[in-house]
Design a binder for this molecule. Sequence first.
Ligand code: ZN
Length: 93
Amino acid sequence: MCIPPYYKYLFLAIIVGTLVILAVFYDRVYYFIPTFVFAIMWSRVACLKCHEPILKDKNGWYIFSMRSTCRHCGQDTLLCEIESDEVASQRLK
Ligand SMILES: [Zn+2]
């Protein structure tokens, strides 16, 4: 069984977002420890095809994306199989 990287990415985004909100509103500084751990996992969720993190753009900046298309190679990160170069690169145009 395979979980598409985009689902992991969204799941971790929700966890990180919730923990940040809890830490800020309830003034619980120790919530930042799991937030930090989840944020590292989040930033490491990578595209299956090019292995670049979904959260990073071409310049290495961390940018939150709602698109499931990989910014680096065009692979649809909602899929578990690696797409061919023709299919993936078409999507980048
Ligand atoms: Zn990619």
